[in-house]
Design a protein around this ligand. Sequence first.
Ligand code: IPE
Ligand code: IPE
Ligand code: MG
Length: 253
Amino acid sequence: MNLLESVDRCKLPKHIAIIMDGNGRWAKEQGQDRVYGHYEGVISVREIVNACAEIGIQYLTLYAFSTENWKRPKEEVDALMELLVNTIRKEIEELKKNNVKLHIIGDFKSLPAICQQELNEACEMTKTNTGLNLILALSYSSRQEIVEAARNIAIKIQQGELKPEDINFQIFENNLYTSAFPDPELMIRTSGEYRISNYLLYQMAYTELYFTDVHWPAFRKDNLYEALLNYQQRERRFGKTSEQIQKNLNQHV
Ligand code: IPE
Ligand code: IPE
Ligand code: MG
């Protein structure tokens, strides 16, 4: 049986978040420069977006550029921004064909004007699509997102729209970039690093974490299916006991 056939379609996560890491190291291993790794990483993005759309994942968030990544050498940052614009231009028809709806989270205004324009157009052109929601985290920092949410809430209180005692999880979450999306059930990080790197810190309170040594440019559909199979073997307890979870499952069959 192939890997895809082994995946239980009834136990799919609604939302997968990925830290696409290892482009630079993968390129070095090929004797190429880091930017080559970013180019090849786009092929993996296409593969994984298609795989998620095919299998019926509803939300896929890809960490494409962190606020900390602005500290990289200017040539690399410029190449990444150019790649972003070219990729969106090239892939828009495919996104439309596959019924994918594009969203952006992060400090949008810090992106070069041309990127903002291209991304705005792509979001506009896919906004009525009803299949996979593809969320690109660009110039994204989870801490910044949380601090901004706190600031927005403070402004609403100052303007008399909200009282401090009204603040609850729902109000707080409504002020995050991700307010329209459910929390990810599965987070995949490629390239053998065991850290979160300022990604969806609030949203991942109960996310299952999956780490693989495969570098992002080598990550293919089967690697995704392996992650899904691993996820499906886990027992998500949310603080309860295993016995409680099993009892609940038995009541629902
Ligand atoms: C991920 O690959 C892509 C971005 C962060 C933009 P890296 O560029 O971090 O590759 P490594 O981790 O240095 O190998
Ligand atoms: C995280 O990867 C950000 C993205 C994949 C866009 P990094 O390569 O920037 O993370 P660190 O620096 O190794 O933690
Ligand atoms: Mg990295």
